[in-house]
Write a protein that binds this ligand. Sequence first.
Ligand SMILES: [Zn+2]
Length: 215
Amino acid sequence: MSLKSTPIFDLTRLDYDVYADASRIGTWSSKPACPKCKTPRRKRIPPLVIEWNEGSDVMADVTFTGGLEDIVVTGRVRTFIKQHRLSGVQFGAVSMIQDRWLKKPLRPRKRRRIWLPYEGPPLWELRLTSCCHLNLKKSRWRILTECPTCGWREFEVDESTPLEKSLFVDRTTWDGSDFFRVHELNLVLATQKAADLLRRSDFTNLKISRRGAIL
Ligand SMILES: [Zn+2]
């Protein structure tokens, strides 16, 4: 077994001005809230339902549709990931909705948006299939509360930790995937191999930053 640590990177949004922005609307399964701590136990199920926001009609290769975990990618990102055989992800259907009062104008307006019926490139949800646990001690996270019934936990994070050294994944919980999540945080993480390949691509609206390591 190698004792060398494996660097990890996160995938975040690069741009907040140029590209079209969408909000995640659904879909969630309806499970009752935890009887003990009342935390909602809803779970995202396919398809990812999104609604385009006003502001831009320029489609990015990567669109963050809510938190940093619900990512929509264009068909060329999907092809790239499949060609390089990067593991830990699947591609799910994306469904779009639009307010029924909204109608595409005949002439372009000042305030732009992606209109339905959709005429852009094929879109896919980047669905993470691999999920690990953080090494809380190394990441300097402290458990504030923990629900004995559902396991929901609230953490205190040491804000003074530099971002590039703030997340350490427990290697025994990592299945070797190129992309993965952690149970404790909604974020898409990638190995050095996946990060290097994506950095050499020309995909728009994607920022790749060092976050820590798998230990
Ligand atoms: Zn609970």
